[in-house]
Structure formats: C-alpha cells, structure tokens
Ligand binder design. Structure first.
Ligand code: SME
Length: 162
C-alpha cells in the first residue's frame, strides 16, 4: 500500500473525488485488518474535502449501529436502526442527503456545530455492514456529486474488506 495521498485543494470537489478515486485502491490493502482500512479511508476523505467536519463509520451489530473509525470530534457511540440520519439510511438502505440538519426529524446532534450531512449505507452481497456518515459545519454542503463519489469510494472499500 501507499501511505500518502495527494489532493490538489484548488480543484473542484468533483475533481478532488476523481483524484481520490485514483489513489484509494493503493491506499487500501485487503491484507490489512478491516479497522486499519476503515481508519485510513476516513482520513483520506477528511484530507480530500476540507468542507467536512466529521467523517466516520457506524457498524451494524444486531439492531444497533456502533461507532467505528472516524475523524473529527468525539461522537455518540450507539444509534438504533431507524433512528437519526444514520439509522434511517441503514434501515432504508439508501443514501440520505440532509441539507439542513435542523429540518430532519429525529436528527441526532453529536456536534451542535454540524449543519448538513450525508449518510451512505454499506451493503455487501445484500447484507448491511453499516453506514458512512459525513458531516459539515456549513448548510447545503453535500449534493449529487458527493453521493455519486462517496458511493463509488464505499464500494471500493467494501471490495477490499470482504
Ligand atoms: N447525526 C447523526 C449522528 C452521528 S453524528 O453526526 C457523528 C444522525 O443523525 O444519525
């Protein structure tokens, strides 16, 4: 594996994602422990997109999602399936973009500074593994470009860890 990624911060978000996609394969190593790959994945996303205040995983165990590797401030450790944005995304198995967290019924505020959010479910062979949660301190930080590229990045991650 390579232990560095290089992202030109002058690029558009789309080009930053394209740049990251080209490097993520060699950053993640299927011989490494899952926790190591998940950790570097969150670091790579945080390094790529400065609009992000928090990025991390919630992993499914029974009907509970527990906090996995992340970058950002300390966060809640357990979320019930169906609760908050993470629980809803996990239950419905679809990516959810929340432009204003104040307008999302049941949003779980781990950080009062967080203003918008995107959550991507991680599904491998029809089985839900967990979700990737990405937060920003700006409203409307995430759009279809983030959805498209975060989903692509997650599918590469899943191939590496299973
Ligand atoms: N806001 C999330 C909870 C996790 S924190 O943002 C890290 C939610 O509503 O599910």
């Amino acid at each position: 594996m390579t232990e560095n990624i290089f992202i030109d911060q002058n690029l558009s978000d789309k080009d930053k994602y394209t740049n990251l996609l080209a490097q993520i394969e060699s950053l993640l190593d299927q011989n490494d422990a899952n926790v190591s790959n998940l950790s570097n994945f969150t670091a790579a996303i945080a390094q790529t997109l400065k609009k992000i205040s928090w990025v991390g995983f919630y992993i499914l165990n029974g009907d509970n999602l527990f906090l996995g590797p992340f970058q950002g401030k300390v966060a809640c450790t357990n979320i019930k399936l169906g609760q908050g944005v993470c629980g809803k995304s996990a239950l419905e198995r679809k990516t959810i973009i929340v432009p204003d967290v104040n307008l999302f019924p049941g949003h779980i505020a781990c950080d009062s500074e967080s203003k918008s959010e995107i959550v991507v479910p991680l599904i491998i062979e029809d089985r839900l593994y967990g979700v990737l949660d990405v937060d920003s301190n700006s409203f409307n930080a995430f759009d279809q470009t983030d959805k498209e590229y975060l989903e692509k990045l997650c599918s590469i991650l899943l191939k590496k860890i299973f």
